[in-house]
Design a protein around this ligand. Structure first.
Ligand code: FES
Length: 105
């Protein structure tokens, strides 16, 4: 598994998603509840950026229709989205947030 720097830890604000692009893959990086998560930034229901939604209770909410995706599994907990969004392993190395795109978890 190869980890690549996605952003600096200091660039993240609690519960405020940060959109980054890593090797052409749009990601939403989220620091919440003492952990950092990386989730694919595009909703599985339509072409909408999840990083523009709100974070609550370890979920990110799609602002368009309100499906909430679990940041740990990528699974939606409410319609209209039915398919999960990919989530990726994260490592913290000093001030660097590293993400592995090679293996979705
Ligand atoms: S576009 Fe995200 S729930 Fe519809």
């Amino acid at each position: 598994m190869t980890f690549v720097r996605a952003c600096g830890l200091g660039e993240l604000e609690e519960d405020t998603p940060k959109r980054v692009e890593l090797d052409g893959t749009p990601l939403s990086i989220v620091q919440t509840e003492g952990e950092v998560f990386a989730i694919h930034d595009i909703c599985s229901h339509a072409n909408v950026s999840l990083s523009e939604g709100e974070v609550d209770d370890c979920h990110i909410e799609c602002w368009l229709h309100g499906s909430r995706f679990d940041l740990r599994s990528g699974k939606p907990d409410a319609l209209p989205a039915t398919r999960p969004v990919p989530v990726y392993p994260v490592q913290i190395d000093g001030d660097d947030v590293l993400v592995s795109l090679t293996q979705e978890s």
